[in-house]
Design a binder for this molecule. Structure first.
Ligand SMILES: NC(=O)c1ccc[n+]([C@@H]2O[C@H](COP(=O)([O-])OP(=O)(O)OC[C@H]3O[C@@H](n4cnc5c(N)ncnc54)[C@H](O)[C@@H]3O)[C@@H](O)[C@H]2O)c1
Ligand SMILES: O=C(O)[C@H](O)[C@H](O)COP(=O)(O)O
Length: 350
């Protein structure tokens, strides 16, 4: 009988993987080598670093991550060891793009800056970035997308990083990479942060290390002319609370946390695992289709969007950290993620 170890925060993990072997659910953040001594298949989320120190000497022969990002996986090590690998590209792209749309709608209403005719720089035009573009174009925003790897493959309608950074809104949707031709580690460094125009809204729902947080904080401390929305942070879960204090909206890495996005991730890695084992899938997502939105009759799409996904509530829960000094910030950050309320995708409906 196969033994399958899964992150306990993967929805329907046991229901799906019980069809393939004996399942064990563990906390992803603290998963260690000793936990995997009898494990054949490991299914993680982004909080588990999968590398030699986790896997050496274990019988693990297939690893999957139910997430879009895979910077937590040492792919070279897996390749060297002949360990199979799968991920869930695009599983939560709709959810992350809806997060961006909700944040922009909030900013637009708060600052009284109508969206029609304004520009948005979208850095990274893959699954999330291209969906952000669709949603933003529908709101009358002019999209300036930047994606050098795609450009090198001959994709049209892409622009320079400088052009994207000069927009009214700048949003990041790149993977976290340290090397290669277009590394994203500190893609937004001090120089680029300081070049953002006064009044810009900057959003990071990609990965913490893509923005140089100290430099961002330095700019926000010296000039209060930027609005910043952060979903991803350096040093998660032990985030910098001063950074949180300076955000317009701060959330605990939940942009992709629609139930649809998470369950799609489960389904994708389950199917990949079935393929690896050469068995027919016997489980499928039980999620009912998203229900129609209540008619809010506002005639203002921004309010409809915020009605469908109240991002301010996610920010409110997070900023409890700033008022309740007794809380352990890292524990609270993870608790918010673990107990995240059900959120359904809505953008097919607005
Ligand atoms: N906050 C969240 O909950 C959440 C949800 C989904 C994804 N993410 C993060 O967002 C990232 C993007 O997600 P995705 O599903 O769109 O991935 P994707 O792979 O579909 O798209 C990423 C795009 O970025 C481009 N890119 C790579 N390096 C670049 C660079 N230096 N400059 C500009 N573009 C570059 C790639 O060519 C690709 O088109 C993921 O890797 C993940 O880290 C976060
Ligand atoms: O890369 C992704 O898919 C997202 O960042 C994802 O939402 C991360 O969620 P986690 O794995 O940390 O639960």
């Amino acid at each position: 009988m196969l033994t399958i170890t899964l992150d306990e925060n993967i929805p329907y993990a046991a229901e799906a993987f019980d069809t393939l072997g004996q399942t064990r659910l563990l906390a992803g953040r603290s998963l260690c080598n000793a936990d995997l001594q009898d494990t054949d298949i490991l299914v993680v989320r982004s909080v588990t670093k999968v590398n030699a120190s986790l896997l050496a000497g274990t019988p693990v022969r297939f690893v999957a991550t139910a997430t879009a990002g895979f910077d937590h996986i040492d792919l070279d090590y897996l390749r060297e060891q002949g360990i199979g690998f799968a991920r869930a590209p695009g599983c939560n792209a709709v959810s992350a793009a809806e997060y961006v749309l909700a944040a922009i709608s909030h900013w637009s209403l708060l600052r009284d800056k109508p969206l029609q005719g304004r520009s948005i720089g979208i850095i990274g035009h893959g699954n999330v970035g291209s969906r952000v573009r669709q949603l933003c174009e529908a709101q009358g925003l002019r999209c300036v997308a930047n994606d050098p790897p795609l450009q090198a493959q001959g994709h049209n309608s892409l622009h320079s990083l400088e052009a994207a950074l000069a927009c009214d809104i700048v949003t990041l949707h790149v993977p976290f990479t340290r090397d290669g031709e277009h590394p994203t580690l500190r893609l937004l460094d001090a120089e680029r942060i300081n070049r953002l125009r006064p009044g810009t809204l900057l959003l990071n729902a990609a990965r913490g290390g893509v923005v140089e947080e100290n430099a961002l904080l330095a700019r926000l401390r010296s000039r209060t002319d930027l609005d910043v929305v952060l979903d991803t942070w350096e040093n998660e879960p032990a985030i910098n609370l001063t950074m949180l204090q300076h955000t317009l909206l701060g959330t605990p890495h939940i942009a992709g946390y629609s139930l649809d996005g998470k369950v799609r991730g489960t389904e994708m890695v389950y199917r990949a695992c079935c393929e690896f084992l050469q068995v027919q899938p016997r489980w499928q997502s039980p999620l009912p289709p998203t229900e129609a939105l209540p008619n809010t009759d506002t005639e203002d799409k921004r309010r409809d969007i915020l009605h469908a996904y109240n991002i301010r509530e996610d920010d409110r829960r997070m900023t409890v950290l700033l008022h309740d000094k007794g809380l352990d910030a890292a524990q609270y950050f993870d608790q918010l993620r673990k107990t995240y309320p059900v959120r359904r995708e809505f953008s097919g409906l607005v």
